[in-house]
Design a protein around this ligand. Structure first.
Ligand code: MG
Length: 253
């Protein structure tokens, strides 16, 4: 009888954790992507690119929390640094399909571990405030373990990267991304899902994967109709030192 009561309690705990939403339920920890040492990054903007950040100002960007406000992150010496007190920022322009290049640098003296170490993110289509949208994870995973579908260059909680091509903190790193936006029928149903290809420091890490919907921290993703959307950068709430970006450009396809 006592054993049955214990079992019942255990079962109830499991059911409750799902009912309240357990972020651990969608974490994947293995297999761990092989470590690959990348070569030199290269990302000079081609002639037909729209420059989103060239080191001068944030004219192409706005605050996500209040889109009438300027993006409040800091630009110093040609570098954009996250200001966590100002929240996420996004492009003023909306995009459908595109090729995107951006570079980021995790501080050399970064602290923290797991998801709390240089966390940011590139949301390929921002579908609302907060972290709504489709996230390519930015995180320091140079000798820092976390769930593999949440490590750097993952499609967060959907696809781990094919390999771990992270450079050391303090080094500039690059994402080159090809994004195909999802399409929807007039009644709001899905016509074709989103696809993404990602190179991390020149190494293929996502090969035209089909997204299951926008990124979710808890639960299973599903699509909601939207059109052209801004590209968003994440001010993650972890306590580690803020990271920086430079050389961001996009080519509409
Ligand atoms: Mg993130």
């Amino acid at each position: 009888m006592k054993r049955n009561v214990i079992l019942l309690f255990a079962l109830t705990a499991v059911i409750n954790s799902f009912a309240q939403g357990d972020p651990k339920a969608t974490e994947v920890w293995s297999p761990v992507p092989t470590i690959v040492t990348p070569g030199k990054i290269c990302g000079e903007a081609p002639s037909d690119a729209l420059i989103l950040f060239d080191g001068k100002n944030l004219d192409q960007w706005e605050s996500v929390n209040d889109t009438t406000q300027a993006a409040g992150w800091k630009v110093t010496k040609g570098i954009l640094t996250v200001d966590k007190t100002k929240g996420n920022i996004q492009t003023k322009k909306k995009f459908m399909d595109y090729q995107l290049h951006l570079e980021y640098r995790i501080p050399k003296d970064i602290t923290g571990s797991g998801q709390e170490r240089g966390n940011s993110g590139v949301f390929l289509a921002s579908t609302g405030p907060g972290d709504a949208g489709y996230e390519i994870q930015v995180l320091d995973n140079y000798k820092n373990e976390t769930y593999v579908n949440g490590q750097a260059a993952s499609v967060y909680k959907q696809y781990p990267p094919l390999v771990n091509a992270c450079k050391k903190p303090g080094k500039w790193q690059a994402y080159d991304i090809v994004w195909t936006a999802p399409r929807f029928n007039e009644d709001g149903s899905l016509k074709s899902p989103a696809h993404v290809t990602v190179f991390h420091n020149g190494v293929l890490v996502q090969n035209n994967v089909e997204l299951k919907g926008p990124t979710l921290y808890i639960g299973k993703p599903s699509y909601k109709a939207h059109g052209a959307s801004p590209i968003k950068l994440q001010a993650h709430g972890d306590k580690s030192e803020p990271l920086s970006f430079r050389n961001i450009w996009v080519r509409e396809l």
